[in-house]
Design a protein around this ligand. Sequence first.
Ligand SMILES: [Zn+2]
Ligand SMILES: [Zn+2]
Length: 425
Amino acid sequence: MREMNLDDNSNNLVQSLTNGDSEKISTSRFSSLLASKDRDYLLSSTEADQQVRISDLEGKVIGLYFSANWYTPCRNFNKVLIDVYEQLKSNGSNFEIVFVSSDEDLDAFNSYRESLPWLSIPFSDLETKKALNRKFEVEGIPCLVILQPEDNKDGATLYEGVELIYRYGIEAFPFTKERLEELQREEKMKHESQTVTDLLTNPGRDYILGQTITGKVPVDSLIGKTVGLYFSAQWCFPCAKFTPKLISIYQKIKQTLEEKGGEDFEIVFVSNDRDQSSFDSYFGTMPWLALPFGDPTVRTLAKYFDVQGIPCLIIIGPDGKTVTKQGRNLMNLYQENAYPFTDAKVELLEKEMEEAAKNLPRSVYHAAHRHELTLVSEGTGGGPYICCDCDEQGSGWAYQCLECGYEVHPKCVRAVAPAGSIEGR
Ligand SMILES: [Zn+2]
Ligand SMILES: [Zn+2]
């Protein structure tokens, strides 16, 4: 802490010596970060070489945006960030973004800068860019570090700007710890009072799609059912593997419930497809319902449930509350027995699995692996794993190769005689 302060002071000193404007500069924390010996300005994007004085940033919340043109995740994030930036600008918020380039050359930097509406540190100022990367320990891009205007300590600096923008958008402003706590509280309350109608409708739509062309199904028909929200897309390879399994499990659950009466289960496809025709052909393979392609609720839901990757199956209970976000894993582990996915049910299934494991052989040879596999559990080095046979997640019991870490679900083992033993056993 002490060292950092000394550093800042010495930077300020350099500034004041070179600019002869010691009073102004020494109060500006942004100058010490963003200026160099011979530069007290940043580049604006609007006109090629227009300059903006760093002292103009005083009193603003600043986002330092570490990014590069050549990297797709940066370009994807730009779309979201530009939108938030323009909204904040137009409502008069005290916010500015400063681009810290990791581009490879000046041409790339210039063409990238043209597409970004905020300020930039000149490409040629390697030293300042390096110092910022070092100071904020930037390990990957895109990275958005948010600095508060009044705070000279690092306590108020937020490092997870990218995540916050993706999650909360403009709502995250002014990015203080207090604001984030407030958002988290609001989010928790929303989840606690959520209903399936709130989740799946929006002001322009109160239905979802059924499987016939004219088949609009009222969202309210899902009230009182267990509902799986299936985030998936045709272009996604793990989805292509999981969907047929899900269809077969879905049909088994439906059949059992029909015989039993009283309860119902439904799945709603939340499409991440790139165009209407891939949506149509993918949805055509599914026996359940869907949100319309490109509906704004798709994005809202992905944000709301913080969906990080697909396929993802989120289970909503008959009361409209979230039961689990682990629907996919539970189905892989327990198939149709996973229904209704509640903690109580999972606990029961785990106990059953423990019992069943008692009867499993301690070790086996599996057709797809040449070493002997040993039965392990959570307590004995098992833990969550990816089954090398079916590529799906597992947890609890597994057969593991102690030599090379190969691991499979007990249900995926195809037992054989040991490799190399001609006579067998
Ligand atoms: Zn498996
Ligand atoms: Zn092995």
